[in-house]
Structures are given as C-alpha cells and as structure tokens.
Design a protein. Structure first.
Length: 299
C-alpha cells in the first residue's frame, strides 16, 4: 500500500546531511537522527476510542518521537499497546485527535511519500506478478516503459525474474512477500512502514527479507519503521528500538542498537554480535515488566 503525503503535514526542508552509510553507525543519535533532519516526526500525539459503554479509552497521550533520514526504527510492545493504531495514524488512515504527524521532504525539497506494507501481501489474484508490482505506481500516475523496465529489474534482483508473468497463486509465501516488497519500493518512498510483514514466513525467508530491507536503507537512504513482536528481528534490523507500554501508551524505553559484527551487518551477523543478548534481555525485561503491570492494573 502506498500513500500520498498531505502537503500541509510535511516538515520543512533542512540543511543537507551526511549520507546514510556514513551516519549509520556514527554513535547513538548521530547526525541523521537529529530532529531537524527527521523523515518522520510524531509530536504530542493523542488518540482515543469510544468503548461500547460510551467511555473514552485513551490509546496515546502526548506521544513524541522521530525517525531520522536513513534510519530503521522498530516499535515493540505487548499486544494491545496500540502499535497498529500508531501506523494507521502515521499513514493517514486515521486522523489524530490531537498532536501532529509530519513526514519530511526529499533531499530536493519535494514532498515525501509513505509506503505501508502489511503482514498479508495483498497481491491481486487476477494480475500477474509484474502487474501487481506496478500497481503502486498506477495509483499515482500512468505507468511508463521505464517503470516497467525498473520493475522487471527489481523483481529479478529479488529472484522473481522468471515468474513476472505468473499469478500469485503459483508463488510461495516468501516469493509473494518479495513481490509485495517490490510493489512497495517501486514508488520510491522516503518512509516505509512495515507491520509484522515477515511473521508468517519460514525462518530462512525472514532472514533474507530482513537483509533486503537493510540493503534498501543502505542503497537509497529510505527510512523504515517496523512494528514487530519478534525481539530478535527488531534488534537485528534496527538502529533504534522503541518500547511502547502502558495505557495510554507511552515510550517506556528507547534503545540505540550498536552491534559489533564481523564484516557487513546482516540478519545473521547481527544475531551473532556479542551485544545482541544484552539488548534482548533489556527489551524482554521491559516487555515482561509492562505486561505484569498491565495485568495488575486490569485485575
């Protein structure tokens, strides 16, 4: 799913910044993470739903965070913490009752663009893989021969070059998710929202797609926000992990992830880093503590 950015809800262009590769591991909250360089700002966000008995149930209350250019941020929290609602607010599917969600511009000052990828691939069964990949572009404008060539090239890079004319039912789950990721990336988003996109896949395919997302950031500087229940996935992929808890939800912890890997950071080498278990214990402890507190509050 791709979503146009509301021009009235954008962040003014900022001064030029360093490239994603140079700022990626420049220490906690490096230059690319400064709020004036944000691809996404969530400021004083408040939102509530009305229960069946008419009472107001607050989901967020003055929530604040930002995502830097070329940064991958994971959001973890217990079930019901409001993670999917937060994505609906960021994407514009829901309008915040209070506060502001703002998407930063591209380097040339033009409006940024959000792409939203869900757990289900949502490929249209009556369209070929190539036609599905081009669907996001069709929502914006007429598809050009250059778009078709770019789609074929990207599908080939993801191992789908031989099935561009096949239909979704003929593909495995991992291949379908790669086709969905291609559709997401072809619109050249500045910010990608990933809502548990790999949870239904086998472990090997999940690792490969994690690598794909990290490579995307390194090659294009695209920012990524990932919602996941998988702590290992969050640590392996992310520059920063945000732990949501409480009701209304608040940021219980915010952890800069710096891993010592042998060679390039990949889904596998990240899990083998000596710091990995320490981060895992910290996040798991925060989740467990929050779950116990929530259970006690509702007992």
């Amino acid at each position: 799913m791709t979503l146009p950015t509301n021009p009235s809800n954008t962040i003014p262009p900022s001064a030029p910044t360093s490239s994603p590769a140079s700022s990626r591991r420049a220490g906690p909250l490096a230059g690319a993470l400064a709020s004036e360089d944000a691809r996404l700002r969530v400021a004083h966000l408040s939102h509530a739903f009305e229960a069946e008995d008419g009472t107001r149930v607050a989901i967020f209350e003055k929530l604040d965070f930002h995502v830097g250019s070329g940064e991958i941020v994971s959001i973890v929290g217990r079930s019901g913490a409001g993670k999917s609602t937060l994505f609906n607010l960021i994407s514009g599917l829901l309008r915040p009752q209070a506060g502001r969600v703002a998407v930063g511009p591209r380097a040339d000052g033009s409006a940024g663009r959000i792409a939203y990828m869900l757990q289900k691939d949502l490929l249209l069964p009556w369209r070929s893989i190539l036609q599905n990949a081009l669907l996001g572009i069709e929502l914006y404008r007429k598809v050009t021969p250059a778009d078709v060539a770019r789609a074929r090239d990207m599908l080939a890079r993801y191992g789908l070059g031989g099935v561009v004319d096949a239909y979704p039912h003929a593909l495995s789950g991992g291949m379908r998710q790669r086709a969905a990721l291609t559709r997401t990336l072809l619109v050249e988003p500045t910010l990608v929202l990933l809502d548990e996109p790999f949870s239904a896949l086998d472990y090997e395919t999940r690792l490969a797609l994690e690598d794909d997302v990290m490579a995307l950031r390194d090659s294009s500087g695209t920012s990524v926000v990932l919602v996941t229940h998988d702590i290992e996935e969050a640590i392996a992929m992310s520059d920063r992990v945000i732990l949501l808890g409480g009701r209304p939800a608040r940021i219980e912890d915010e952890i800069d992830i710096v891993l010592s890997t042998h060679g390039p950071r990949t889904a596998v080498s990240a899990r083998e880093a000596p710091e990995f278990r320490t981060y895992h214990a910290r996040i798991w402890g925060g989740l467990r503590s929050n779950t116990i507190q929530h259970a006690g509050a509702t007992a």
